[in-house]
Design a binder for this molecule. Structure first.
Ligand SMILES: NC(=O)c1ccc[n+]([C@@H]2O[C@H](COP(=O)([O-])OP(=O)(O)OC[C@H]3O[C@@H](n4cnc5c(N)ncnc54)[C@H](OP(=O)(O)O)[C@@H]3O)[C@@H](O)[C@H]2O)c1
Length: 359
């Protein structure tokens, strides 16, 4: 049994802890949040043996072998670095950090401490993804040409971190990494590589009253000619569909990111529409919820320091973060001071359409 300590007592900490109750190989043994009371209440709700008053106290617990970082994005770097320094393996929620430079710092610490590190894109751990990659490599729709992938929902404006620029709000950082990572993975199929990097990006976004991007889109062009149109939103119910277009048909994935909630990805499916044939649905039932599959992948990967493809390797995470930096940079949010984002963003429909070469 791999013992996880959880940092954070919010929504995803709950989903993860609930999922691990069905695991035979991983369990949550301790939790820390912003207060001793919140951690105690969380531990009581989920029947954990212990809770900690502070993150530092959690990291002193010897039963905590791995840490699941489930705090807001803005605290990920700090929590991942502290956990690695304390000798713990780390599964950190996406985005691993706020930009590529800080991602490099966390990876360097994992190397220095010889500890496992993975960014928590749980969809990369689900058997459906392997099934999809096999179909694509087997030529199910011929050479793949284009991806259209969305991840967006309509959150309440008053709600916590999503609209708050001080807590790294905005759609690109929150959910844009999913379609970008998927596009890079599929581009890898076209180049017979684990993943590939785009050479060009064009982007536009719509900013809300708090100055964060509430709807954003990017077109990525890869060296093989493969293209991807990706969209993220925290204020528009654009859904979660991905469609992969190939020379001989297309594949529709209604839930490529394997959502949380009650289902937790136990019955995920996609449909192959091959020219001249009846559509064929492939389903991938799993016994465990997706977050337990992800945690068990961490356990199975040890003593390696990073997971095997198609889960997020360090180079994959770093490449993803570089594209996110470029996307945010093209939108004009990137590393600009929050104040200027607000000034530019108030009720504005900011159509940037900046084209730029990526590093
Ligand atoms: N993979 C997925 O499916 C998925 C889904 C959702 C979110 N996420 C990621 O998970 C992270 C958390 O998202 P969420 O929706 O769970 O947010 P959330 O509901 O706001 O929960 C964040 C939790 O972290 C706590 N926290 C804040 N600062 C902290 C600190 N310095 N030390 C310890 N705890 C701290 C918060 O405490 P308070 O309650 O006191 O504020 C809260 O309990 C985000 O980075 C998000 O991108 C991933």
């Amino acid at each position: 049994m791999l013992g996880f300590g959880v940092i954070g007592t919010g929504e995803i900490a709950r989903d993860f802890t609930r999922a691990l109750q069905g695991s035979q190989r991983c369990r949550v043994v301790n939790v820390a949040g912003t207060s001793a009371n919140k951690a105690r209440a969380f531990a009581a709700e989920w029947g954990l043996r212990a809770s900690s008053r502070t993150v530092e106290e959690l990291l002193e617990d010897r039963r905590v072998e791995a840490v699941y970082v489930a705090s807001p994005h803005s605290a990920h770097e700090q929590h991942a670095l502290a956990s690695l320094a304390a000798g713990k393996h780390v599964l950190c929620e996406k985005p691993l950090t706020l930009d590529a430079a800080s991602t490099q710092r966390v990876i360097a610490e994992a190397v220095r401490r010889r500890r496992f590190l993975m960014e928590g894109f749980m969809y990369r751990c689900h058997p459906m993804l392997r099934g999809l990659l096999e179909c694509l490599k087997g030529g199910a729709i011929g050479r793949i040409l284009h991806l259209r992938a969305d991840f967006g929902f309509r959150a309440s404006r008053g709600s916590g971190r999503l609209f708050n620029p001080e807590r790294s709000g905005g759609s690109v950082l929150d959910v844009g990494g999913y379609p970008v990572s998927f596009a890079r993975l599929l581009a890898g199929v076209t180049e017979d590589a684990p993943f590939a990097e785009p050479t060009r990006i064009s982007a536009w976004g719509r900013f809300g009253p708090t100055g964060v991007d509430e709807l954003a889109s990017a077109t990525l062009t890869f060296p093989s000619g493969f293209t991807a149109e990706v969209t993220s939103s925290i204020a528009y119910a654009i859904g979660t569909t991905a469609v992969i277009h190939g020379e001989r048909g297309f594949i529709v994935l209604p839930n490529p990111w394997i959502p949380g909630g009650d289902g937790q990805g136990r019955h995920n499916a996609f449909t192959i529409h091959r020219d001249g044939r009846e559509p064929k649905e492939l389903t991938f039932p799993t016994e465990n919820a997706v977050y337990a599959i992800e945690a068990e992948l961490v356990a199975d990967s040890l003593p390696m320091l990073e997971p095997e493809w198609p889960a997020m390797s360090w180079a994959d995470t770093l490449g993803n973060m570089q594209v996110m930096d470029a996307w945010r940079g093209a939108l004009g949010s990137g590393r600009r001071p929050v104040k200027s984002e607000v000034t530019r963003g108030i009720n504005a429909f900011l159509k940037v359409n900046q084209e730029g070469d990526l590093p």
